[in-house]
Design a protein around this ligand. Sequence first.
Ligand code: G6P
Length: 481
Amino acid sequence: MGRLIIISNRLPFSIDHEGDQLNLRQSSGGLVSAIKSYFESDSSKNRGFTEKLWLGVADFPQNEWSVVEEKLSGRDFQIVPLFLNKLLYKDYYNGFSNSVLWPLFHYFPNLVESNVHYFDAYVKVNRAFADKLIPLLQPDDTIWIHDYQLLMLPELIRAEKADATIGFFLHIPFPSYELFRTLPAEWKTSLVKGVLGSDLIGFHTHDYAQHFLQSAKMILGVDSSFHSMQYQDRLIKADLFPISIDYKKFNKACNDPETKQYYNEIKKNFEGKKIIFSVDRLDYTKGLMDRLNAFEHFLDNYPEWREKVVFILNIVPSRDDIQAYTERKQQIEQKIGTINGKVSTITWQPIIYRYTHLPFNELAALYKAADVALITPLRDGMNLVAKEYVASCSGRKGVLILSELAGAANELNEALLVNPTDTIEVSKAINRALTMPEEEQEHRMFLMQQRLSDYDVIKWVSDFLDQLANVKQEQLKQQVK
Ligand code: G6P
């Protein structure tokens, strides 16, 4: 068994400067938490990879690398940082990745900013990843590329390393062909061709996989049968692998003394009140305005809950130099102010809002303390917060209200599934959750917990890597014939 090379735009840590001090913080988002959990598990040690590497863009200048490297010592995976020109990175990250692909793939075509410089930068950065990686490659390496920022990378590697083992996983939805086709011809062709450089292409849901296969057929005429394609004389598979979480880590977190301390403080502060909890990266896809409208509607229509409930809303800073994000932040903060101003009393404020990164133990305590988790994105590839909440409800008490438009809704059917834009439906669901008998809460939680503990992040990684190895075997058999 050779080495495992993970490639993603973001490295698993970000740098915070505190005066002269330089601190490492785990990066936000599902991709990083999933792969990091796998790397830290015994399973990744047992699989027999001789080495594990993670290649991504450095969010710090090259002259700080030695300090960062020192802080990273002791980890059993190696970081390979890619240093990029700031302006190029901006056009690739803020531009093509997050102002073209992200809004389009999440069904917000009106937010797409088509700009030819963005596309050029995207091509250049994918090329820079390939140039960094290719000289490092060894024959037995398994390369696993992640997410929409690197759609072109598989093909660039394949062009120079025909036999390489390349997996690709998309962590966000792949949109229907009707939407994808709105991209300029050169862009959409390059993107689909780029992904087809892989041996195995993974998606969270059956629908996303089907959408991709249809785009491959319509744009390049590639036929597929049972998730397999033959492209440029090579077998490629596209299949579904719903990402999961480190179930045990969240399930056991409540026993940790630090979590207990946070938990006791929260319970004491909100004694006698029910807690509704939301945590999301700042993103228009998360449906925060609709959620606040629904909460306002709930307070207006179920006034008996006033002074008996608090909504703790934690927004995690993200992409805050993109206009679509900063605008939302202002709107959200105004709305929170309006609701709090309208119904607060001297002793009660309905929304407790924070804009911050939450340390793990505090997050785990909030999950445990929450009577209701309100997770209502307008679109979400999967949504791991929903899964983390379920895993954290150690006593099986608590109700999950989940958007039917999140990938996670396919697996968490016992949640109260809602349409996130339907204010009345969401406010009714809040009331139903708050009044749900304990027995029903436990029953629903039990079923969801069983499913998540059976298929955790370790299984997700193992499944993907097993399938990737199978595709390589099948390719070899085809060559022999
Ligand atoms: C989502 C994406 C990831 C991304 C994460 C955080 O989970 O699928 O690729 O890393 O959001 O976003 P950021 O832009 O801060 O990396």
